[in-house]
Design a protein around this ligand. Structure first.
Ligand SMILES: Nc1nc2c(ncn2[C@@H]2O[C@H](COP(=O)(O)OP(=O)(O)OP(=O)(O)O)[C@@H](O)[C@H]2O)c(=O)[nH]1
Ligand SMILES: [Ca+2]
Length: 542
């Protein structure tokens, strides 16, 4: 046996083990089949050997145990941090908003990951259902019918949302211009309609949060929030998108202006994700596309010189060859204008298809005779100069999309509209056999109204015409006021920017793993380096 083997208690024994293991082919911490602890005690107490211990500080079992401990420690640390930060299985929350518009009601179901509800862009539209029939304001003579009309879509909502989430799912109903007009016309009737829809919605297992008429400012502002939330503009320093909404009975314009807002009524302040926004917004009641058609036709009927005989109303906004008998009542059944005395209950609506004359007739519904501010749109309403990009949705989109005018220059739009309006009605019907004739007949008028509203009303020019993007959806969600309304009422857009982790979960895990791996590799390299220097130290001794 070499000298070193017999004498040194701990450290020398390690060398012995290694020497023996190499010779016999055995590894590990046994000495001649005796456990290490026993071998150590066997050799203990011998002090007569020369002091070679100083040059050989590494004992293999100790280092192995140490490295193993460090490795286990690192793995445990990484595992814990990974588990700690692992996203929980996606739990979704849901919300329902009923858009009770003047022409119809739509039910929107939204969903969002429960743990990320304050992040921008997280809420998405899961489902939408169009209520059959007209808007709730059309039930003024039969209020109960308003509530009943919602049942089919609400039953669908019950199917779409998991049952265990029903009781915590908020339901909001917001009514817009149709109900605003009904309230003006017949306040008790509008109350009855609201009571009816409330009664109906309360029969569902959701968390009913109320049914109310939105103000025009709310409608405009929530539409603006929706498009900017969906575009993820709100947490970035980049500009925002203006919102243009065209309904059946009202139209809204909302944007962040460059100049001062001169009228208090048109100003709304928001603090969202730590940024302050001062919005200009205006809602023109009676300037939705259905009401403007009535205004325009009413104006034409009013200016007919002979009201005693049957009237043939020649209308340049309808196609040549269009000829339909309509009731006078269907034009004047609105609080947006005063009725006119006519001998006959019906008139014949005759299309002439002349775009220039059509635009002239539409211009008459805009009163531009007075403006108490530095600049106005029409009817004495303040309008700062339009600035930046705009998202134009609802009927702005339906109409321009049908007319294939969503991507054209201003001049091309005008030119295509001219051609379209002069196309004979017969040909239009032939080209679109599946579209309801009522809708089909109104596109020339609607397209011309949109162009006139944007150009004459809002002062868009051929130069900035293409700043207007005609949109229906952003991602999977419809552009409209409903999402913004829900985000606001559920406090899902915080005033201050919430703290976010330094890096995303995936990046964090990768970083931790790589960093741990680096530590292990460094430790191993250090171990090998010291082992080699220990060996060369031994050789020196031998
Ligand atoms: N072509 C076409 N027109 C539509 C469609 N949906 C609605 N409209 C018409 O477009 C106009 C505006 O519709 P909406 O934006 O739903 O209006 P609303 O919300 O009922 O009305 P407001 O209360 O004024 O906002 C109405 O004249 C509708 O009849 C559609 O899918 N296609
Ligand atoms: Ca609407």
């Amino acid at each position: 046996m070499p000298k070193t083997e017999a004498s040194a208690p701990g450290r020398i024994c390690m060398q012995l083990t290694r020497a023996h293991g190499t010779a016999s082919g055995s590894k590990g911490s046994h000495y001649k089949g005796i456990p290490l602890s026993l071998a150590l005690s066997d050799t203990g107490g011998n002090t007569h050997m020369p002091d070679v211990k100083v040059k050989n500080p590494w004992h293999r079992p100790v280092v192995i145990v140490l490295v193993a401990f460090i490795a286990v420690g690192i793995i445990t640390m990484v595992s814990i941090s990974v588990v700690q930060h692992k996203p929980l299985p996606q739990k979704y929350k849901y919300g329902i908003v009923l858009d009770a518009g003047s022409s119809h009601t739509s039910v929107f179901i939204y969903q969002w990951p429960a743990e990320k509800e304050n992040n921008t862009g997280m809420v998405q539209q899961l489902h939408t259902c169009n209520v059959k029939g007209k808007g709730i304001s059309s039930y003024s003579a039969n209020p109960n019918g308003a509530g009943t009309s919602l049942q089919e879509c609400m039953d669908e909502a019950k199917q779409k949302i998991p049952a265990h989430r029903h009781s915590e799912t908020p339901v909001y109903l917001g009514a817009t211009a149709g109900m605003r007009l009904l309230k003006m016309e017949d306040d008790p009737a509008s109350e009855k309609v609201l009571v009816s829809v409330e009664r109906s919605l309360k029969t569902y297992p959701f968390s009913y949060q109320g049914a109310r008429i939105l103000s025009g400012q709310e409608e405009g502002a929530f539409g603006w929030i929706t498009v900017n939330y969906l575009n993820e503009n709100l947490r970035k320093p980049t500009g925002t998108l203006g919102a243009l909404d065209l309904g059946g009975a009202s139209t809204q314009i909302t944007f962040v202006p460059q100049q001062e807002i001169e009228s208090y009524d048109n100003s709304i302040d928001f603090r969202l994700y730590g940024n302050d926004y001062q919005l200009y917004t205006h809602s023109f009641l009676c300037y939705g596309k259905d009401q403007v058609l009535k205004l325009s036709m009413g104006e034409k009927l009013r200016s007919t010189p002979d009201k005693t005989h049957h009237i043939e109303l020649k209308d340049p906004c309808f196609h040549p060859g269009y000829n339909l008998s309509k009731t006078v009542q269907s034009v004047f059944d609105t609080p947006c204008m005063q009725t006119v005395n006519m001998q006959n209950e019906t008139f014949t609506h005759v299309g002439t298809g002349n775009w220039v004359q059509c635009q002239e007739s539409i211009r008459k519904v805009f009163n531009t005779s007075h403006c108490p501010y530095s600049s106005c749109s029409f009817n004495g309403v303040f309008l700062p100069s339009v600035d930046g990009n705009f998202g134009a949705f609802s009927a702005f989109y339906f109409v321009m999309d049908f007319l294939n005018l969503t991507n054209d220059s201003f001049d091309k739009t005008k030119q295509k509209l001219m051609t379209y309006c002069s196309t004979p009605w017969k040909k239009i019907v032939e080209n679109h056999p599946r579209i309801k004739e009522k809708y089909l007949s109104e596109y020339c008028f609607a397209g011309t109204y949109i162009l006139t509203l944007l150009e004459d009303g809002y002062k868009f020019t051929p130069e900035n015409w293409n700043d207007i993007k005609f949109i229906k959806k952003i991602g999977d969600s419809d552009a409209g006021w409903t999402l913004g309304y829900m985000l606001n009422l559920t406090n899902m857009i915080p005033a201050e920017d919430p703290d976010t982790p330094l890096m995303p979960h995936g990046g964090y895990v990768t970083f931790m793993l790589l960093f741990s791996l680096l530590i292990v590799v460094l430790l191993l390299m250090a171990y090998m380096y010291f082992r080699r220097s220990t060996r060369s130290g031994q050789k020196d001794i031998v």
